[in-house]
Design a protein around this ligand. Sequence first.
Ligand code: SF4
Length: 167
Amino acid sequence: MGACLADGAKVRVTAILNEDIAQLLPYVNAVVKYASFDPGGLTITFKYRGSPVILEKRRVVVGQLDNLDAAEDILDDLMDFLCDVQSKMGQITPVFQPKIQPQPHEIIKLLPRTNCGRCGETTCTAFALKLVLDQQKAENCLPLTGDEIRKVLSVLESFNHQQLKAD
Ligand code: SF4
């Protein structure tokens, strides 16, 4: 495992894998909610436990970590996650193309757009952006009715095929 300091005090680590995991990447793409998949370059980028992760066929890079202990912890967890995906390959339909991501503007039009701040965000736009990144919950927009929350959730869910537990 190699480590370097990036973004000031944050740590970025690189782990070299013993195995070629190229064939696993489309399965990871299928289960991770929001990922950027480059099938040509065989690279997938996503957030795991809040940290940016890049997977390549023989390399894992994790960034924005507080220290090397955190790096070790997240790498262990990430390896467990990849083993979990590998063990479930028979049940997962691989996705070989980049997935369409939900866009904040599709969510904003479903919100009250009053910027009331009751969700804890300063604007509805900020709330929508966090919703599509899975960093907010639709029910935190307190003015929304149950039906309106369900509508927001159904739009968000329409972009998700399958998912395990990456964030
Ligand atoms: S609670 Fe709803 S209406 Fe108020 S700012 Fe947040 S998203 Fe907008």
